[in-house]
Design a protein around this ligand. Structure first.
Ligand code: TNX
Length: 533
């Protein structure tokens, strides 16, 4: 321990029994027992019912130094927030222990404690880093930001190992003494969910956030519009959701998020350190919008709904007052309901827009995002418009527009389709998925370096990594889970852990015991045959 704090009692003050020798309703006994003392009754720390390890955590922390002692978390453990910044992290810890293990921490302050504190030695750990010092009497969690405390809690929860099938209020979870020092390689560690091809409810989206945050994913990119559906309520154009929202791939009934539902998603994400990045895809991928708002078409005629999986056939009519007003309203409302820094304007596969219209449209859309105080994000193709920084390019296919934009100062999020596309089949046995970018098994998702992925790209321009889940063939929450697991944890480690300290063999060993965790949580997952589950 480095903190020099006083030695705490090994005996936890688990219960304060107030004994009444004074109730007026009870008959005074002729010969009373001597009154029991009022005050804390020491309860012995129980023997561990489970033993975990920091070394099984995914993504692998930067530095782990495990000792030979043990700290036991049990109902007599207390939680102390000296930092005043760890409120949501503490809530996440309590919720995780309660929901997964059935354990409620009820210890009295000062005994067998998990303490959140600002580092006494002035260390800062960056925006998201943290240090855990586990001694036999106390776990000291140090960070300087709510995010840092939040990721430290995910590490702790991960170190407790697989939860039991049945909740056990008497659980006593041992973790080794020692220290963990950790911070992410990249600030952008994302997952994208396409709500347009198939709609998922706010509750289902929040389940994805819970799972992703476990692996320290900190961006949820929501693809909110496409040819087959419009998924977000916009007050100035209610028909976008009411007409554009009722379709999806295959003819299902679709749906959309109300502003209240969107706000609940954003709040829930924020509690877990996840920033929502909303996308309205423009000027292509807009058939649902063209159907709902006919004046967005050059001929003023609604094309009618499409529920097939074709791409590249629709475009906004560029340069008209109607389209300009629509872009301003939609981005303005989206920015107003989004506390995060970024708005994604899509810009991919606009094959029905002329090159000149595309250039003019994208430049204007970027300006509209900026005038709303946000940083614009767009797919690879917008790189060809030489956008001024600050701007984020999401690389998915060809390198040239990315290199062009990065040379001008753009940041790049790496979503190379043959590594990160979570809609690709794992292998030929996968029941659902695409395969145009190949099959992506866990090792293919894991064994690559974002540096060098685009030859000639300055590593300093790489903001991070994101795994997009397109949902043409993803129809249910179970489908989402089987596409994310185990590949999202693999991408999370690519984005978090330094390249030099991670390798496939170690990852495969560590992720193997997460299968039991996913089973305990009732999740569907893909049993990659390369991993010894
Ligand atoms: C390409 S990747 C698309 C999406 C499809 C996806 C299917 C990108 C920016 N556009 O419209 O859903 O392929 O894998």
């Amino acid at each position: 321990m480095t903190s020099g704090r006083p030695l705490l009692h090994r005996l936890a003050l688990a219960a304060v029994l107030v004994v009444s020798a004074c109730s007026s309703e009870t008959e005074p006994a002729a010969k009373t027992e001597p009154p029991r003392e009022i005050g804390p009754v020491p309860v012995e720390e129980p023997a561990p019912t489970a033993r975990g390890s920091f070394a099984s955590v995914v993504p692998l922390p930067v530095d782990i130094d495990e000792g030979h002692g043990e700290f036991v978390v049990w109902s007599g453990t207390s939680v102390v927030d000296e930092s005043q910044r760890a409120g949501t992290a503490e809530a996440t810890l309590r919720r995780g222990l309660s929901e997964k293990w059935g354990l409620e921490l009820e210890g009295v302050e000062g005994a067998n404690a998990i303490t959140f504190a600002i580092p006494a030695d002035g260390d800062t750990f960056g925006d998201e880093g943290y240090r855990i010092e586990a001694g036999p009497e106390e776990i000291l969690v140090e960070a300087t930001t709510a995010e840092g405390f939040g990721w430290a809690v995910q590490t702790l929860l991960g170190a407790f190992g697989p939860p039991p099938a049945e909740p056990d209020p008497d659980a006593a979870l041992a973790v080794p003494t020692g220290s963990v020092r950790d911070e992410p390689r990249y600030g952008w560690r994302g997952v994208m969910l396409d709500l347009a091809r198939h709609f998922f409810t706010a509750e289902e989206v929040m389940e994805v956030i819970d799972l992703a945050a476990t692996y320290k994913i900190n961006r949820l990119h929501l693809h909110l519009s496409d040819d087959q559906g419009w998924r977000i309520e916009i007050d100035a154009y209610p028909e976008l959701a009411e007409v554009g929202g009722v379709t999806e791939v295959g003819g299902g009934e679709g749906g959309y998020l109300t502003k209240d539902e969107y706000a609940r998603i954003v709040d829930h994400a924020a509690d877990l350190g996840v920033v929502v990045v909303p996308e309205i895809d423009m000027p292509g991928h807009v058939n649902a919008a063209l159907t709902a708002v006919p004046e967005l078409n050059c001929d003023g005629v609604a094309p009618g709904p499409r529920t097939d999986t074709a791409v590249g056939y629709s475009s906004l009519c560029v340069g008209t007052d109607a389209t300009e007003a629509w872009v301003r309203e939609v981005i303005g409302e989206l920015a107003a309901m989004t506390p995060g820094e970024w708005i994604h304007i899509g810009g991919d596969e606009s094959r029905a827009t002329s090159a000149a219209d595309y250039l003019g449209f994208v430049r204007e859309a970027l300006d509209v995002v900026r005038s709303n105080g946000k940083t614009p994000v767009g797919w690879t193709e917008i790189g060809g418009t030489e956008p001024e920084p600050p701007v984020v390019i999401q690389h998915w296919l060809s390198a040239d527009p990315v290199l062009q934009a990065a040379a001008g100062g753009a940041d790049v999020v790496m979503s190379p389709s043959d590594r990160t596309y979570l809609d690709m089949k794992h292998d030929e046995l996968s029941p659902i998925g695409n395969s145009w970018a190949g099959h992506i098994d866990t090792r293919q998702a894991y064994e690559w370096d974002p540096d060098g992925q685009v030859p000639g790209l300055d590593p300093a321009r790489i903001a991070g990594v994101e795994g997009p889940l397109w949902t043409e063939y993803v129809e249910t929450p179970a489908h989402i889970e089987q596409m994310l697991l185990p590949r999202l944890p693999a991408l999370a480690e690519v984005a978090w852990t330094p390249q030099a300290t991670r390798d496939w063999t170690s990852f495969a060993e560590r992720i193997a015991d997460h299968g039991a965790r996913w089973d305990a949580a009732g999740l569907t997952w893909t049993r990659d045959p390369d991993i010894d589950w």
